[in-house]
Design a protein around this ligand. Structure first.
Ligand code: ADE
Ligand code: ZN
Ligand code: ZN
Length: 256
């Protein structure tokens, strides 16, 4: 009986895989964004998020993943299309994807006829999804589930390429999310404007191009550790920084 109960919980978890920018990544993105909001956006967020910070609500979309009630939102966490292709030219999933998820959130939040509960739900989802958009393996390819099927070792422990980018790299760095956000928030106005250029369509293709490079960074069976960190931490930090600064832009545009 005990084994049956275990299986009941384990099978869905294994099927879905472990596939989220870890908590630290999402919180860094939220914390950076918080420093670049207009007064109007801050007031709107205070009301909808009931005083909670962006970092605090940034992990909500992952916390509800285990609840079957929300299984329809699973496809929103990523988008897969062939490497070398642009999102706009790709065949779309009937289940939706990261981009359709972001678009739906924006529409739901914009429409003031929706209840506060609906608008708050989609706002929390949006804050999370802009983070996912900057994890290159969430704008990836279908055949290996964004690197989830590429098994590697991380400091001698079993992992996979996707997980290395979701959490192994960032956790091995050993900084808290506030420390990392403070480090990564040091951008001047000109740089901020440059990062905020473009739309979610440009940003997803940018992540997708980086993703193609990451497929060359490791192959199945590789033993990854310090060397991989030396080589890729800067790219990881750049993605987190862009995620935070662009999240602020998306929110400021939304509550203008
Ligand atoms: N499952 C299938 N593809 C995925 C991806 N790119 N990221 C996370 N989970 C996935
Ligand atoms: Zn992931
Ligand atoms: Zn996610």
């Amino acid at each position: 009986m005990k084994q049956l109960v275990m299986l009941f919980f384990l099978v869905p978890t294994l099927m879905l895989g472990n596939c989220f920018w870890g908590k630290t990544g999402h919180r860094v993105t939220g914390h950076i964004a918080q420093n670049h909001l207009t007064g109007k956006t801050k007031r709107a967020l205070k009301d909808l998020l009931e005083g909670h910070s962006l970092a605090y609500v940034s992990t909500f979309a992952d916390e509800i993943k285990a609840d079957r009630k929300y299984s329809g939102y699973f496809a929103w966490h990523f988008v897969n299309y062939p490497l070398g292709m642009r999102y706009e030219d790709s065949e779309k999933s009937k289940y939706g994807d990261l981009i359709t998820g972001i678009e739906e959130c924006i529409q739901k939040i914009k429409n003031k006829e929706n209840s506060k509960k609906t608008r708050a739900f989609h706002l929390k989802m949006l804050i999370h999804l802009i983070g996912d958009l900057h994890q290159p393996l969430h704008a990836s390819r279908a055949e290996d589930k964004g690197g989830n099927d590429i098994q590697v070792q991380w400091f001698g422990e079993g992992s996979n390429l996707h997980r290395v980018w979701d959490k192994n790299l960032i956790e091995s760095y050993g900084m808290t999310y506030t420390e990392l956000a403070t480090e990564l928030d040091q951008v001047d106005r000109k740089e901020r404007k440059r990062i905020q250029e473009g739309s979610i369509y440009d940003w997803v293709d940018e992540s997708h191009e980086i993703c193609a490079k990451l497929y060359d960074s490791a192959k199945a069976g590789d033993k990854l550790g310090y060397q991989y960190g030396y080589k890729y931490n800067d790219l990881l930090f750049e993605q987190l920084q862009k995620g935070g600064i662009r999240l602020a832009k998306v929110l400021n545009d939304l509550f203008k």
